[in-house]
Structures are given as C-alpha cells and as structure tokens.
Design a protein around this ligand. Structure first.
Ligand SMILES: N[C@@H](CCC(=O)N[C@@H](CS)C(=O)NCC(=O)O)C(=O)O
Length: 210
C-alpha cells in the first residue's frame, strides 16, 4: 500500500501504527507541501482535493485520515474491537472521530500551523483550543477510553493528534482526565513507537523552519 504523507499531517503516525498492527506493508512517499508537490498532476489524479495523507491500496485511492484509519480496520482487522459494528458503539466512536476532525484538530491546526510560518500566536485562537480540550476532558470523566470500555480507533486518532501537537508546544497537563488517558493510551496502544517516531521526525522538520 502506498502512503503519500507529509510531516505536517498529525495523522500519519496513526496510519503507520495500524499498518504495523495489521502487518500491512506501507510504502511511504513523502510529499513536500512547501514545494507544492501535492499540486502535481499525477497526485491530483489520485486525489483531486490534493490533501495529505492519501493512500493507494491496490489501485484504490483514499484520503481523509480518519476515514483511512477506519478503512484499514474494516479491511485488515481480525475482529471489530477497534471499530465496533454495534450501531450505538460505532456511533460514539464516529462522534469522537468527527469531534477530532471538526473541533479538536481544527482548533489546534488553526492555532499552531500559522506559527510554523513564523506568525505570532493568536490568543483568540487559543481559546478554541482550550474549549476543545475541556470538551475532551469531559468525555473522559470516569472513563479509561474515549469510546466505550476498550481501546478503539477514536483513542488512536486523538492520541495521534495530541502526540503531534504536544511535540510543538501544547500542554495538556491541566486537563487531568486527558493527561491520565494520554499516559495510559500511549502505554497500551500497540505499535505506539510508530507515532513517536513520526512525531519526532515532524518536530525536527518544524524546528528547522523556525
Ligand atoms: N481532514 C484532512 C486534512 C488533510 C489536510 O488538509 N492536509 C494538509 C496537510 S496537514 C494538506 O494536504 N495540505 C495541502 C493542500 O491542501 O493542498 C485529513 O485529516 O486528512
């Protein structure tokens, strides 16, 4: 399976993690967004929206990172534990994934990405980050996992989001449920080293831009 990736995409580690868990061989193809490589016609042919990450699995092209994660589970997992088939359990997992896409990651990206381009941090945008982390903290009240009572793709996606943004300065320590869940999650999630290695490489690149 080909994975077109960029160090700016916080989800790359989660995709590599699932690839390792399921024994899927992933051929990593870096795309340099600063050099606008994603706009090359051969890439736009694969993904007209020209976003990273994009996978090509036996000729099947797919993008939107959280959809890539659920696709990998549906296609390669031996059971449904990471993405339960039960309608209500799956709905809660999906709610967390959409919360990541539309609220948490969105707020973090809007606050941190401009800073990679040497722009001043905007405190107004940080309020949205704090609000999103407070929501996450409340989802985790009395819970060891984000959706249900065992590890799911919701945990993996949001752990990956937070691993990435912590590497560039986010502090989650005052959100005690989040901090506790992150600590446990990073210990119990299989192939966690894929996230750590990816985040370390991203951090190095982003620091070189400062
Ligand atoms: N929601 C999408 C976001 C994808 C996205 O916007 N990726 C950025 C890099 S972090 C990108 O590809 N930017 C280049 C472009 O849009 O041309 C996902 O999770 O896959």
């Amino acid at each position: 399976m080909d994975l077109y990736y960029s160090p700016y995409a916080s989800s790359t580690g989660a995709i590599l993690l699932l690839g390792k868990v399921f024994g899927v061989e992933i051929n990593k193809i870096p795309i340099n967004i600063q050099a606008k490589e994603q706009l090359k016609p051969e890439f736009v042919k694969l993904n007209p929206q020209h976003t990273i990450p994009t996978i090509v699995d036996n000729g099947f092209s797919l993008w939107e990172s959280r959809v890539i994660l659920t696709y990998l589970i549906e296609k390669y997992a031996k059971d449904d534990s990471l993405y339960p088939k039960d309608a209500q359990k799956r709905a809660v997992v999906n709610q967390r994934l959409y919360f990541d896409l539309g609220t948490l990651h969105k707020a973090l990206a809007e606050y941190y990405y401009p800073q990679f381009q040497k722009k001043e941090a905007d405190p107004e945008l940080f309020k949205k980050v704090e609000e999103a982390l407070s929501f996450l903290n409340s989802f985790l009240e009395g819970q060891q996992y984000l959706a249900g009572d065992s590890l799911t793709v919701a945990d993996i996606a949001i752990l990956s989001t937070l691993a990435f943004f912590q590497a560039v300065g986010l502090d989650i320590s005052k959100y005690s449920n989040v901090a506790k869940w992150y600590e446990n999650g990073s210990n119990v999630t299989p192939a966690w080293d894929e996230i750590e290695n990816t985040v370390a490489a991203s951090k190095k690149l982003m620091e070189s831009l400062k």
